[in-house]
Design a protein around this ligand. Structure first.
Ligand SMILES: [Fe+2]
Length: 364
């Protein structure tokens, strides 16, 4: 078995709550003039009804915002793995305009990845009554408290349009720090988490994909620790034919991981405000959300927009990521949920956008 060791204490990705509170290097604020420039760019480019994938990076001149946006994305790859950007011009934009702003930020910073059965590239995160704990459940469309998990792409960007009446707090823990604690306390269970688990695709698989896939919770590549964890998907997979039952020790290992992730020294809780954008590196952070109560008025209901991206700086991933990400090479578009509507138009968008970002589009 591979030797399981803690990641060097010097890694900025191995943060504790105290580190984020002491050092605000992971927070960014857009220069004031950038907001007005973004509003003008969005209004100029907006064609109501036009599919998002028909827009191109050059449609949006975000000149003054770009250095801050790029610094925030760089923080997810080379820094803490988490970044908070404040100052998006939320109040000046309608809901569809703010959605387009989210999309346009993505066009400048990465290649958007599909997010589910319908092969859609941007999700409105709002409660539409989905049952999270079901074989087809997805957390983003429910109001439930979510387990700590990773989304299925290198970077998750979440922009906030409306907050809930109460609750809906966002929690983030460093999976690298959690792994270090696990190795110190129970190296035997840490080693188990480097072995194979099975994740359900929640019935969203593409024609060439199975209903589940093997994936470790932790793996290293080039001296960097990567993690992928989603209790809901692992529990769902237990009900699928062909998936081996979890052993008592595997149960103990995932239970301890979840317990560590919620320790006060490990779990950073934040409230996203309208106009905030949260960026997370899926390989080095895990996130969760508290249950929320919504406003009665539909126009005020909690609403965030979520993008999954391969960033331009994408590094090589562990080989074990291949079944989930379809590709693991550096500078290659990967990850997301291909879903059941991937077509020539979507492929053309990805090829075009990969070229704009200097990435390889990967195999179709
Ligand atoms: Fe998530």
């Amino acid at each position: 078995m591979t030797e399981i060791r803690p990641i060097a204490a010097g890694s900025r990705a191995a943060w504790l709550v105290d580190d984020l509170q002491r050092d605000a290097g992971w927070t960014f604020t857009l220069p004031e003039a950038a907001g007005a420039e973004m509003v003008a760019a969005i209004r100029r480019a907006h064609r109501p009804g036009q599919p998002l994938i028909a827009y191109a990076q050059e449609d949006f001149d975000f000149g003054q915002a770009l250095p801050t946006l790029r610094a925030a994305f760089a923080e997810t790859q080379d820094g803490r793995g988490i970044a908070l950007l404040r100052g998006l011009p939320r109040d000046a934009l309608t809901e569809p305009e703010f959605e387009l702003l989210t999309w346009a930020i993505g066009l400048h910073c990465g290649v958007a990845r599909p997010q589910g059965k319908a092969t859609h590239y941007l999700s409105a995160v709002r409660d539409v009554g989905t049952v999270y704990r079901s074989g087809t459940g997805r957390g983003y469309s429910s109001n439930a408290e979510l387990d700590f998990h990773t989304d299925g792409a290198d970077v998750v960007a979440l922009t906030c349009y409306n907050t809930a009446k109460s609750g809906g707090m966002s929690m983030v823990s460093s999976s690298v720090a959690a792994h270090n604690i696990l190795v110190a306390e129970r190296p035997d269970l840490a080693a188990l988490l480097h072995g194979t688990f099975h994740f359900s695709r929640q019935a969203e698989q593409a024609a060439d994909e199975g209903a589940f896939y093997p994936h470790p919770i932790f793996a290293e590549r080039d001296g960097r620790l990567h993690s992928r964890w989603n209790r809901n998907r692992i529990t769902s997979a237990q009900r699928l034919a062909g998936v081996p039952a979890l052993s008592p020790d595997q149960h103990a290992a995932i239970d301890l991981l979840d317990e560590i992730l919620r320790r006060p020294a490990v779990m950073y809780a934040m409230h996203l405000a309208p106009g905030d954008m949260q960026l997370l590196n899926s390989h080095t952070t895990l996130h969760s959300r508290t249950e929320f109560e919504d406003h009665e008025d539909p126009a005020r209901k909690r609403l965030l927009f979520r993008l999954w991206l391969t960033p331009s700086a994408a590094r090589a991933l562990p080989e074990a990521w291949r079944p989930g990400y379809r590709a693991v090479a550096a500078k290659t578009v990967r990850g997301g949920i291909r879903g059941q509507a991937y077509d020539a138009e979507r492929r053309a968008f990805e090829v075009r956008q990969a070229a704009a970002l200097g990435l390889s589009p990967g195999a179709a």
